[in-house]
Write a protein that binds this ligand. Structure first.
Ligand code: XMP
Length: 517
């Protein structure tokens, strides 16, 4: 792998993604890892990330010079660049010439390893208070900016490179080219990390892990569990059984997508548990959001537990017991929970947490090395239907937390119809990948007066909640085009009899959450 040494900024994961976009496998490692630990992974190259500190501050994360002497190609960025320059005998100082944001840089050698094929004047994303004031002996300076005389250094002999800026950020206009030049020309790494190769190697890993045992997977209809299931199915075929709990809180067409399209595309052995009545009964009379969430979570676990027991006794036998449970854990979860090999804790996600002790499963986490965009590519490679691969986030408790008030079968029908129209129009306008998600919320206990045809109406409002976000931790409301909003509003009020008003939620997060409950 290419190892990205994380010096404690937000950038390490982004760098790893960019390396993978260049079709090279990469992993994030802590700056606390020893040189021996790094070398034990047989890195094809090492990238030193940016970081929040100043290299000469007390407690600044140190760079062990041995990394630079190991014969492995190294690329330092921002803090990593300065740490590298200092370790090699250069000088880093506070010059008073800090640079933040888009900055013009001048490349003095457009034929160098890093800059071959690029223009001499580039816009780069800077974020530094300190600067390298003297390059280490033997290193060529190949770029500069107003605030950083030494903005790029290269040494083809030792294969050591660095830039003061952040090439991983999109604002650095040639950032990806600089990174690719390092990987291909500096480090000589072939671009073999492709969806097809990833599928092949993950399939091998799953086969090696599972052997002849049987495997269970809870399918939610979301991207991660679907792709994980499709991958395990590709690896061990009928040894896998998926359980899909239809709690009746999905949107229009989603249960069918799982029951028909997904099965047709992957050939997976699927057990569908129709629990719609059970969930409606459990939710009857409940209006408090937390009570609704807890109830849905509790019922889900009970239904899934029973289904898991059934699968264990129906599909398993003494020679081939059901021993494994598939989890759709992704790489960011792994990095954030401390990285490391071995078995991660089961996510405290409501639909798989808390399995009973007598069902002892090992975890199969085939996506634990992948980022979300890679999961989608792998899904496409496996033939998972596009409607599932590109599905926007949808909460586990589903429409149950988008009906404000009691959840009933009739209200679910109303919300499903309104939500389907909104989704159709957003898709038709080509906005699906621009928005993060667009909950439609039914204010079931509120009525307002309207007029339609000759008659007075007394119906319910629905709220459109279109949001833009990177990670759902923060979000802004999406400025949807007025004509799209108008079409959604007209169609919903015409086609859904119970709804006579469509309103737009213009609250960012914080202070609002994305979901209303
Ligand atoms: P909030 O409403 O907290 O939502 O701003 C942030 C993101 O999480 C999704 N969400 C959930 N996802 N189970 C899930 O799997 C849940 O219980 C749940 N609640 C909220 C929400 O759709 C948004 O993307």
């Amino acid at each position: 792998p290419v190892l990205v040494v994380d010096f404690g900024a937000q950038y390490a994961q982004l760098i790893a993604r960019r390396v993978r976009e260049a079709n090279v496998y990469s992993e994030v490692v802590s700056h606390r890892a020893s040189v021996e630990e790094l070398l034990a992974k047989h890195p094809a190259a090492i990238i030193l990330s940016g970081g929040p500190s100043s290299v000469y501050e007390d407690g600044a994360p140190a760079l062990d010079r041995a990394i630079l002497d190991a014969g492995v190609p190294v690329f330092g960025m921002c803090y990593g660049f300065q740490a590298m320059a200092q370790a090699l005998g250069g000088t880093v100082a506070r010059t008073g010439l800090s640079e933040f944001g888009n900055t013009p840089a001048h490349v003095s050698d457009t034929d160098s390893t890093l800059f071959k094929g690029q223009p001499g004047d580039q816009s780069v994303w800077m974020s530094h208070g300190d600067s390298v004031t003297a390059a280490p002996a033997g290193m060529r300076v190949t770029a500069s900016s107003a605030g950083a005389e030494v903005a790029a250094i290269e040494d083809d002999e030792r294969r050591l490179y660095g830039v003061q800026w952040h090439p991983e950020v999109v604002h650095s206009t040639f950032g990806q080219r600089v990174l690719e030049n390092f990987l291909r020309n500096g480090a000589g790494i072939a671009p073999t990390w492709t969806a097809a190769n990833v599928v092949d190697s993950l399939v091998d890993e799953v086969r090696a892990q599972v052997g002849a045992d049987r495997v269970l997977c809870a399918l939610s209809g979301g991207v991660d569990s679907s792709v994980a299931a499709a991958l395990v199915q590709r690896a061990v075929g009928d040894q896998l059984t998926c359980v899909f709990v239809d709690h009746g809180l999905l949107r229009s067409g989603e249960a069918e997508q799982v029951e028909k399209d997904f099965v047709a595309a992957t050939g997976v052995d699927l057990v569908v548990v129709d629990a719609r009545e059970r969930f409606l009964t459990a939710l009857a009379g409940l209006t408090d959001p937390e009570e609704k969430r807890k109830t849905i979570g509790r019922e889900f676990i009970r239904v899934f537990e029973q289904a898991a027991r059934d699968v264990v006794s129906d599909r398993g036998d003494d020679e081939h017991p059901v021993k494994w449970l598939v989890q759709g854990t992704l790489y960011p979860d792994v990095v954030e929970s401390g990285g490391g090999e071995g078995t991660a804790n089961i996510k405290s996600h409501h639909n798989v947490g808390g399995l009973p002790d007598d069902l002892q499963f090992g975890l199969v986490e085939p996506l634990r090395s992948l980022f979300k965009d890679e999961v989608r590519q792998v899904g496409l490679e496996l033939g998972v239907p596009e409607a599932i691969v590109w599905r926007q986030p949808f909460p586990g408790p589903g429409l149950g937390i988008r009906i404000i008030g009691e959840v009933t079968a009739e209200r679910l029908e109303v919300l499903r119809a309104a939500d389907r129209i909104a989704r159709e129009e957003l898709t038709a306008a080509g906005l699906d990948r621009e928005i993060w998600q667009c909950p439609v919320v039914l204010l079931a206990d509120i009525r307002s007066v309207g007029v339609q045809g000759d008659g007075r109406t007394y119906g319910h409002p629905v709220v459109l909640r279109p949001v833009s976000s990177e990670d759902a931790m923060t979000a802004d409301w999406t400025r949807l085009p007025y004509d799209v909003l108008a079409r959604i509003s007209t169609r919903i009020t015409n086609e859904v009899r119970e709804v006579n008003r469509v309103v737009l939620d213009v609250t960012s997060k914080p202070p609002g959450t994305i979901e209303w409950e």
